[in-house]
Design a protein around this ligand. Structure first.
Ligand code: IPM
Ligand code: MN
Length: 394
């Protein structure tokens, strides 16, 4: 008997509960239709509401509890609230967002992956028609770098105050990250080959490649980690002679993301650079409402990966049934992909879900619909997808 996969749903704050709710209604349909051995449990934490009731964002044994799940799906966290609204229970970002950073850190989810592929129906903010060919994967270092949260404020509030914020880059974390970027570039190329698609990337030196990795640094101003990244990148690139490489300084990369985003394939960046670039990449593909993301440890299938939309909790639109649930749905598809590495029925489900979301996007491009309506339409799209019924073998 195949064991059921257990997922923890963490709705969180702001629009989080609405987008996860919508996602669960769709997953319900998908699981029933395919008799998918998937089970979920919706947890009331981490959340600002849990903090209001218990004085902490999550229980003391939260990590132990979450460890027993196969994967985690998070809506969004944080609700700093308007300073003027004293009736509303609000928390500083440092408190409400801490669980997200804790989960990434404690489960050693060192690779944050944010695919950015433009799809028909999505808004295209760029006028060049080639902007519709954007198809990149930004891999963000997720365990150290600018996010180590070390430093402090000396003489806080005084005119001679000094704030320090340490950045830490280790060779070990750099090697695993950059090697993974090359592995992903190969995987993406094989996927393209299976789909009969070919992409050609040209280097400044006039060479062409059908897959490539772009390294992002700011080594002209931050030479120490810039050199470490560049050195490790060159060494690993020599193990992957079939994959093209290029290097961009993060500021220049921002310009090129706008000028010629179709020239990027896999992009690998530090924690902070990756954070910034993935918002930009999301907008290139229609906006945060449809940008999925995952936090994984590719070497450790025993640790629960965390899937979440790239967007935040958007408290300004919370509770109005207008948030786009498709970024969460596409993150759920990435979750199914992860499970699919052990069991192909999950990859098939991921494929079907992604196709249904894509179809929904193409069909309803210009319509304004509620969160629930979008979920409803996607359920209809799923029901309309013919596929062989899978017998339920409980
Ligand atoms: C993200 C978010 C988080 C980050 C915030 C909420 C701490 O912006 O997941 O991109 O910076 O990592
Ligand atoms: Mn971000």
């Amino acid at each position: 008997m195949a064991s059921r996969r257990q997922i923890a749903i963490l709705p969180g704050d702001g629009i989080g509960p609405e987008v996860t709710d919508a996602t669960l209604t769709v997953l319900d349909t998908l699981c029933a239709q395919r008799a998918l051995p998937l089970q979920w449990q919706v947890l009331p934490w981490p959340s600002t509401e849990w903090h209001r009731q218990h004085g902490a964002m999550m229980p003391d044994d939260a990590l132990q509890q979450l460890h027993s799940f196969d994967a985690l799906l998070l809506g969004a966290l944080g609700d700093p609230g308007p300073a003027s609204d004293s009736a509303r229970y609000c928390l500083p970002d440092a408190v409400s967002l801490a669980p997200l950073l804790t989960l990434r850190k404690q489960f050693d989810l060192w690779s944050c992956e944010r695919p950015a592929r433009w799809q028909p129906g999505a808004t295209c903010y760029l006028s060049d028609p080639r902007a519709r060919d954007v198809d990149m994967l930004v891999i963000r270092e997720n365990s150290e770098g600018e996010y180590v949260n070390q430093g402090g404020r000396l003489r806080a509030g005084q005119p001679d105050e000094v704030a320090t914020q340490l950045e830490v880059f280790t060779r070990r974390a750099t090697e695993r990250l950059l090697r993974h970027a090359f592995v992903r570039a190969r995987q993406r190329r094989s996927r393209r080959q299976q789909e009969g698609r070919v992409r050609t990337f040209s280097s400044a030196a006039g060479e062409t490649h059908d897959a490539r990795v772009c390294l992002i640094t700011k080594r002209n101003a931050q030479p120490f980690w810039g050199e470490l990244y560049s050195e490790v990148f060159a060494a690993i690139a020599s193990e992957f002679p079939d994959i093209g490489t290029h290097h961009e300084l993060v500021d220049a990369a921002c310009m090129k993301f706008v000028q010629c985003p179709w020239q990027f394939d896999v992009v690998v960046a530090s924690n902070l650079h990756g954070d910034i670039l993935t918002d930009l990449a999301a907008v290139l593909c229609g906006g945060p409402g449809i940008a999925p993301s995952c936090n994984i440890n590719p070497d450790r299938r025993d640790l629960p990966p965390l899937f979440e939309p790239t967007h935040g909790s958007a408290p300004d639109i919370a509770g109005r049934d207008i948030a786009d649930p498709r970024a969460t749905l596409l993150s759920a598809a990435m979750l199914l992909d992860w499970l699919g590495e052990d069991d192909t029925q999950f990859s098939e489900a991921a494929h079907q879900l992604r196709a249904a979301v894509g179809e929904d996007l193409a069909r309803h491009a210009d319509q304004v619909r509620s969160t629930r309506r979008i979920a409803h339409d996607i359920r209809d799209a799923l029901r309309a997808t013919p596929h062989p019924a899978v017998p339920h073998t409980a």
